[in-house]
Design a binder for this molecule. Sequence first.
Ligand SMILES: *Cc1c(COP(=O)(O)O)cnc(C)c1O
Length: 223
Amino acid sequence: MTSSIAEKIANIRQELPAGVRLIAVTKGVSVDAMGEAYAAGVRDFGESQIQEAAVKQARLLDLPDINWHLIGHLQSNKVKKALEIFQWIHSCDSLSLAQRLNRVASELSLKPQVCLQVKILPDPNKYGWTIPELLADLPGLDRCDMLQIRGLMTILPLGLSEAESLTVFERTRTLSLQIQEQNCSNLKMQELSMGMSGDYHLAVRAGATMVRVGHVIFGDRSP
Ligand SMILES: *Cc1c(COP(=O)(O)O)cnc(C)c1O
């Protein structure tokens, strides 16, 4: 017998330490399934695409207390739309994007919560700052004062062993500590958005505060 969405969510919650936020990743997932997750207590939903999220949001207006998290790459021409529909942007991946978010947030009188996406290992298929690039951009990020910069986000490259995965998550945490020591008053750095269906156990061991879990809740996505 297959377990329900509510049972799967309950199982995951049991494994998460208190204070770790479960973000249900719902790209490719129906609004009905999202409604089941909501009924099971989920209030944080992660989407990769603006358009898909906008359509779902319009259909879920009767569920007003959802936090919407953008977890996919954001093109600069979609910044305004993204700010209108997401409270959290996990995928801020360059200084120029941060500056644009800052400018448009100011125009809209919004103060979005933002994570900085980092690449701990080289990965040509992923967006994000390398460690030296991020350290060099900290002063510029610190001036983006409409953004509530809350922490780091990372996605593992494919094909790592458990030990290698844990190392990447731990390196992300030490990078966050290193940034906290720079006395950049706008960089709060309490959050670590890391861990997906296959690796959230490891991410939590390394100090994740937000895990982004899709297919172990909702099953395999339709293509
Ligand atoms: C799709 C996605 C997830 C969730 O992946 P699952 O393996 O289905 O848990 C998490 N984070 C990001 C950035 C994603 O694109």
